[in-house]
Design a protein around this ligand. Structure first.
Ligand code: ADP
Ligand code: G6P
Length: 471
């Protein structure tokens, strides 16, 4: 990445033309991670990438560079298809704000894993400090008409700090993870702060109705907010609207990519006498990969007739390495895949191929299309874009079957998938058999219904919906 200091932003076209710009202001998207490198993995970067390509705007976040002393200016990143600006974290901030409060407190808490919470005062202090520092840099570059769209759990207090610095802009927040219910949020010593931080936005967007309801319950039960009609909530002087805006993909584009890429897969990936099951997830403990391996093992022990005729490719790049819970999940999944392979493999066939690196998006699209089944079985997930990518990639004449966890936000929109409880290994093993045996007519009917949802509620529907609510 190239970086150069740029404290003020020159005008630019944002998709509304010069006059439109004056009226609407610019769209400023803000998230901890901004895209770098050729293979973004993680729903936030993938979805926002598609949005900003379409609407125009500036994307501002952390650079990924670690420095000794913070320089307190945003740097322009010049090597990309759209405008990005970034600032560097210090090692202590990376440790306490990113690995600490963001990923060892908020991430496990929001996914219902209170057993993994690491609550330390220095994590919270650093989280607030980085958000304050970021707000000071932002106030130098935003203009009064700009719309500010903040993304994800790393940056919840940003609106409060921007408002304390005098910003009167309309500000929206979108959470890419689930939101916990009040009992779970209470595990946080400063649960009330989280509610107050949220109330500083005009619009708070969640992935699903489940999470929007949970957020309203927290605001009212923990912070004493008053629930008004239409999803509005009043907390003190501030009023905000909490609603579900299910994130999505550019299904049309992804379908074309998959059509193109299926013939470019390396030789040997598709075998005429072998069905392919695919799993694609960052190697995160929320994704249910151990349960998935166990279910596949259970299926193989029940169905000897399928030995050598089906394999599972699980593509899981490591993420947040160095955090104990992530090191543990790596060890556990390596052990389980080894166990299933040890029990069932022969010289011509290994049941599980466990790949621990990112794969180019094109290759993923081709692999989805080549697969007969996708196992998307998180224990808890805000949405899960892999479920949508798999469906979009299918050949409508002979589509594969999506096996989807009831705990993925996607299940609210995609109930024509085979819905499973990822904790129930036996049920998942049965679902694999059901999917392998599913008649073509049934597969087509389910795929058509799922594809209808993806084409009408695509990524541009998602961003327009949020930005319209923001005004
Ligand atoms: P999360 O946001 O928790 O990572 P999602 O399923 O919503 O989960 O989004 C994951 C995104 O990252 C998808 O677009 C998926 O294609 C991409 N991705 C996941 N794993 C890989 C991988 N191994 N290589 C490339 N892209 C990946
Ligand atoms: C999820 C989060 C994103 C995050 C991504 C990758 O999608 O919602 O905010 O960027 O995971 O995680 P990382 O910690 O590598 O940014």
């Amino acid at each position: 990445m190239q970086a150069s200091a740029c404290p003020t932003l020159p005008p630019f076209w944002n998709g509304y033309g010069r006059e439109g710009r004056a009226r609407m202001g610019r769209l400023i998207c803000i998230s901890n991670r901004i895209p770098s490198g050729p293979n973004p993995s993680g729903g936030l970067v993938v979805a926002l990438h598609d949005t900003i390509k379409e609407t125009g705007g500036i994307w501002i976040g952390t650079s990924g560079e670690i420095v000794d002393t913070p320089d307190n200016t945003l740097h322009e990143i010049t090597d990309g298809p759209f405008r990005r600006m970034a600032f560097d974290l210090t090692e202590a901030e990376q440790e306490n704000y990113y690995f600490g409060f963001s990923n060892q407190v908020l991430w496990p808490l929001f996914h219902g894993r209170t057993d993994l919470l690491e609550i330390h005062a220095e994590y919270l202090d650093s989280y607030k400090e980085v958000n304050r520092r970021f707000a000071k840099m932002l106030i130098e570059v935003i203009e009064p008409e700009d719309r500010i769209w903040v993304h994800d759990y790393h940056l919840i207090p940003l609106a409060l700090y921007l408002r304390q610095l005098g910003a009167k802009n309309r500000m929206g927040f979108f959470l890419h993870t689930p939101f916990p219910n009040p009992i779970t949020l209470h595990a946080l010593p400063n649960a009330e702060d989280v509610c107050e931080w949220l109330a500083n936005y005009e619009v708070v967007g969640m992935q699903s109705e489940r999470d929007a309801r949970a957020a309203i319950a927290c605001l009212t039960e923990i912070a004493g907010a008053q629930e008004l009609a239409g999803g509005f909530v009043q907390l003190g002087e501030r009023q905000c609207r909490v609603a579900a805006f299910p994130i999505a993909i550019d299904a049309q584009e992804f379908r074309h990519l998959a059509e193109e890429q299926i013939d470019r897969l390396p030789a040997g990936v598709i075998k005429p006498d072998r069905q392919l099951i695919i799993g694609v997830d960052r190697l995160d403990y929320t994704k249910g990969v151990p349960q998935r391996f166990k279910a596949f093992g259970e299926f193989l022990s029940r169905h000897e007739e399928w030995h050598r005729h089906v394999s599972l490719i699980q593509i899981s790049p490591p993420t947040r390495e160095g955090v104990e819970a992530y090191d543990n999940i790596r060890e556990e999944t390596e052990h389980l895949s080894g166990q299933v392979n040890g029990q069932f493999a022969d010289i011509q066939w290994a049941p599980i191929r466990f790949i621990n690196r990112p794969v180019p998006r094109e290759t993923l699209a081709g692999l989805y299309r080549a697969a007969q089944i996708a196992l998307v079985t998180p224990l808890m997930d805000g949405m899960n874009l892999v479920a949508k990518e798999f469906v979009a990639a299918q050949n409508p004449e002979d589509p594969g079957v999506l096996i989807l966890s009831q705990f993925a936000g996607a299940a609210e929109q995609m109930d024509d998938a085979l819905i499973v409880n990822p904790h129930d290994i036996e049920q998942m093993a049965t679902a694999i058999m059901t999917a392998l045996a599913m008649p073509l007519q049934d597969r087509r009917r389910r795929h058509e219904a799922l594809m209808d949802v993806l084409l009408t509620k695509d990524v541009s529907w998602w961003s327009k919906g949020f930005l319209t609510a923001l005004g």
